[in-house]
Design a protein around this ligand. Structure first.
Ligand SMILES: [Ca+2]
Ligand SMILES: [Ca+2]
Length: 127
């Protein structure tokens, strides 16, 4: 009886932790190395593996020109403006908005290693 109660409590705790981790999109503070005002794309999950870092509002980039085509697995936008990554070059194909001061530490399998271009906007109303 007592053993069952302990197991039940552990299961409840595990479920709570799972809910907390499962939301996934925003984190409290930027990862180390993603400096203020910078949009950071990373080759691996959890903001690791090296990446592509830009802090130029209005900037448009083809990631193949930067040696970073179809590499992105996680990102953090540590700027105050919207940014967007695109499946294809020249800001075409499906896209994903990167809201200011937010991140995604592990893209979905569908989005894994797909980013081919990037737009950094000049305000936070672009997407
Ligand atoms: Ca990758
Ligand atoms: Ca692509």
């Amino acid at each position: 009886m007592r053993k069952h109660a302990v197991v039940g409590t552990l299961a409840a705790l595990t479920a709570l932790v799972g809910i907390g981790l499962g939301t996934g999109v925003a984190m409290a503070s930027a990862p180390a190395g993603c400096n203020n005002t910078v949009v950071c794309l990373y080759a691996d999950d959890d903001y690791s593996g090296g990446g592509f870092f830009k802090n130029t509002p209005g900037g448009r980039y083809n990631l193949g020109n930067e040696g970073f085509n179809d590499e992105t697995n996680s990102w953090y936008n540590n700027s105050d403006v919207d940014a967007k990554w695109f499946f294809d070059i020249n800001q075409t194909g499906a896209s994903r908005c990167m809201q200011p001061r937010s991140g995604n530490h592990s893209l979905s399998l569908y989005d894994y290693d797909e980013a081919s271009s990037l737009a950094i906007y000049t305000d936070n109303a672009a997407c």
